[in-house]
Ligand binder design. Sequence first.
Ligand SMILES: [Zn+2]
Ligand SMILES: [Zn+2]
Ligand SMILES: [Zn+2]
Length: 126
Amino acid sequence: MLDIVASTTDHLTADQILERVQAGTPEVHRATVYRTLDTLTRIGVIEHTHLGHGPAVYHLVHDRHHHLVCVSCALVVDIDSALFNELEARVHEEYGFHMNPGHFAVVGLCADCAEHEHPARSHSHG
Ligand SMILES: [Zn+2]
Ligand SMILES: [Zn+2]
Ligand SMILES: [Zn+2]
């Protein structure tokens, strides 16, 4: 099962992992797969992240990266987690807060969608 998480660059939900496990080993129960995901998470081999409103997706911990998700076309971009280092340090310094910026994706518009949108930049509400 670790192979399934490790061998894909896709972002798989627990259900998609279950599907792939059962494609190879149909007798494996859903509860077993979910329990294994829990165990692997607890021992720090995999972690999950939330890309949007849907179910969480799983990653290997050593392949840690953060995500940008386009709210318009649902494009997911993997980004270097080091990009957040400075922000994390500042937040910790000023608020004593330990950020976990990878747990949720950063949402916005991808370059293509931003080009097609015509955002009203004037602050006219009020
Ligand atoms: Zn979570
Ligand atoms: Zn987009
Ligand atoms: Zn990813």
